[in-house]
Write a protein that binds this ligand. Structure first.
Ligand code: WTA
Length: 633
């Protein structure tokens, strides 16, 4: 366990924060020095947001897996690294110690090498929440390959798009995956994707459900047979601090997903530092983050952060409702989980169930609760506090993004004050600012505006894979010399931040970021659709849901069948998570005189807030508004 960088009191936090702003390089030098480097960096930071260029720990050499694994072998070899809970409650929990995980990662690194994967090659992982996913990602990192994990709920077309965007050479998957009572044929989905992925040379298939799947000779091999051919030692590839560690795709406001690129040194320092301090992890704690590793939360706070500090991290393959809604609480009781980190959408879904699901389990082991992914509403916060945290456990409301790599604004559990619905204070090294509509920094303490960050932090994404201009345009062009988050926020008199939500065309549905533009592009492919607009509207459990307005070629066909077809198309092109909750066929969409769809108005209609539509007189076609309101769902 890294000790020296743990903040132990509010006063220490204040001191660390002040120091991190006044002497950022010295501050991060001190943090980074507690890690294991093959060669120390010669320069701490080089940056220029106008290019944008950000480099941390220049000249430093390391391998992140030596920090996650090797350095724990002396004192923690037999301590649990990953505690894996399978989907089926009757299948046994598996504990991988640091020694075992190290050996499996080295073994799989040899498999990758045998299949011609080298430093800098991209490897796509499309897998369920099983230890082999962690092993595969760490094996990539061990040999210096760049992993690109695609959430195993995406469709074959979405996988193909991601594989092709970064020309992945290998795909690792499973024959099938379990999801509650169902199985999902992952290999079959991959096979469909691979009809259109010329860069893929090899596919490694882990047999999770002991059933057969089709295997293409010379391309597909089984995990089990490959690991038998290799030994379990592998000298970690020595990497540069600024070499890429992974690509992770996130939705953009245009059709193309954005491959956010994270580099090794800064990401490692950021993920581990924030993990340790936000959660206040202590030896023997049992930490469980319920996110999927296909998202950034799983990367930073199931794998890299926890393993870097030598924690015991729980990985759960299943879903909260299987075999019933007490599953999470049963796992907490069985494993004596001390730290539980989940998303508001999961809390709301669980809150709606009978309280007896919670009450029948002993949750007294819980010391810290966490939430991430979207603003948490007060009721959900209170329920979490009272029923899961027995009114004692601090709740850390952690605001951050795929792009930030690690937590940016959050209380430190039990150390700095929390405030329901507020993420609270920035972590040391993070300099948030609120911007007004004129693009100026708001100096008043109490204010509301768009959230930007005015100084680099080590774990920030360095670029969008293959498209640095896009990276610049999205994040560094809205406000000069600042990183723009895409979120709105307000600040109270104590400097606490409350995130109010996205201010762009990204909607967070059940904690998943979805760009409305790619969904619209998909809908436009339907031969019956002339034009469409998709917006978010508030939903009691999902946080937001999607509402689509569509103009059809033949207005007569407004059947349920057509709605199903459209949702099917979305599920195939993107994934079931992007399906629309409501579809309304309309004669026209409200447009500005320059022909831009006025989404602000559609958002209001979708939310049922039609009394405050604002000025519609400047519209090209104000008459459609009344019509849309009359037909709204
Ligand atoms: C939102 C997830 C309010 C926000 C780590 C952000 C939050 C987006 C919070 C990033 C929070 C995340 N309170 N909103 N505690 N955490 N968000 O990339 O809108 O999947 O921009 O990263 O989620 O989502 P992403």
């Amino acid at each position: 366990m890294i000790k020296s960088i743990q903040i132990n009191s509010e006063e220490e936090y204040r001191r660390a924060y002040k120091n991190s702003v006044e002497n950022p390089e010295q501050f991060w030098d001190d943090v980074a020095e507690t890690f294991c480097w093959r060669k120390r960096w010669s320069k701490t930071l080089e940056w220029d947001f106008s290019i944008p260029k950000v480099k941390w720990f220049l000249g430093g050499k390391l391998n992140i897996t030596e920090n996650c694994l090797d350095r724990h072998l002396e004192k923690k070899a037999n301590d649990p690294a990953i505690t894996w809970v399978p989907n089926d409650p009757n299948e046994e929990t598996v504990i991988l110690t640091y020694k075992e995980l190290h050996s499996k990662v080295c073994q799989f690194a040899n498999v990758l090498k045998n299949h011609d994967i080298h430093k800098g090659d991209r490897v796509c992982l499309y897998m369920p929440m099983i230890p082999e996913l962690a092993i595969a990602m760490l094996a990539c990192a061990r040999i210096g390959a760049i992993h690109s994990i695609v959430f195993a709920g995406f469709s074959s077309r979405a996988i193909a798009r991601r594989i092709n965007d970064s020309s992945c050479k290998m795909l690792i998957t499973t024959n099938e995956m379990y999801r509650g009572p169902k199985t999902v044929p992952l290999k079959e989905i991959c096979d469909q994707a691979l009809t259109d992925c010329p860069s893929i040379e090899k596919v490694i298939v882990y047999n999770r459900t002991k059933t057969t799947c089709s295997m293409l000779p010379n391309r597909d091999v089984f995990w089990h047979s490959e690991i038998e051919k290799v030994n379990d030692t592998y000298d970690a590839e020595i990497m540069d601090a600024e070499d890429e560690l992974f690509i992770l795709y996130t939705s953009g406001s245009t059709g193309k997903p954005k491959g956010m690129v994270h580099t090794i040194g800064g990401y490692m320092v950021g993920a581990a530092y924030t993990f340790l301090n936000v959660f206040q992890i202590k030896p023997n704690d049992v930490y469980w983050c319920t996110a999927d590793i296909g998202w950034i939360t799983g990367h930073s706070y199931i794998i890299y952060g926890p393993l870097c500090v030598g924690a015991n991290t729980v990985m759960f393959e299943g879903v909260p409702s299987y075999p019933d809604y007490s599953r999470f609480w049963k796992i907490v009781e069985d494993l004596k989980v001390t730290h539980f980190y989940t998303a508001p959408t999961a809390i709301r879904a669980l809150e709606k169930q009978e309280l007896s699901f919670v009450k029948k389990h002993d949750l007294s082991s819980i010391k810290v609760l966490g939430t991430v992914g979207e603003p948490i509403n007060h009721e959900a916060w209170e329920w979490y506090h009272e029923h899961i945290g027995h009114k004692e456990a601090p709740i850390v409301d952690t605001w951050w993004q795929t792009e930030t790599g690690g937590i940016m604004i959050s209380s430190l559990a039990g150390i700095t004050p929390e405030k329901s619905t507020f993420a609270t204070l920035p972590l040391p090294g993070v300099q948030p600012v609120l911007m007004n509509d004129q693009g100026n920094t708001i100096e008043d303490q109490v204010a509301e505006g768009r959230l930007a960050i005015q100084f680099p932090w080590p774990s920030m994404a360095r670029t969008i894979w293959g498209d640095h201009d896009r990276y610049k345009n999205i994040y560094f062009s809205t406000f000069s010399n600042k990183y723009f988050t895409g979120d709105g926020a307000l600040r109270d008199s104590n400097g606490n931040y409350r995130i109010t939500g996205r201010v762009d065309d990204i909607v967070i549905v059940s904690g998943h970021n979805l760009g409305t533009a790619p969904i619209e592009n998909t809908i436009d492919e339907h031969p019956m659709v002339v034009e469409c607009a998709v917006v978010g509207f508030p939903h009691a459990i999902k946080g937001n849901a999607l509402y689509g307005f569509m103009i059809l070629y033949h207005f007569e066909d407004t059947s349920e069948k057509l709605k199903l077809e459209i949702n099917d198309l979305i599920a195939k092109d993107i994934g079931p998570i992007a399906k629309l909750d409501k579809i309304q066929f309309v004669n026209g969409l409200p447009k500005t005189r320059s022909g831009k769809i006025m989404r602000r108005i559609l958002r209001k209609i979708a939310s049922g807030d039609t009394d405050n539509l604002g000025d519609t007189s400047t519209l090209l076609n104000p008459e459609v508004v009344e019509e849309i309101i009359a037909g709204s769902l």
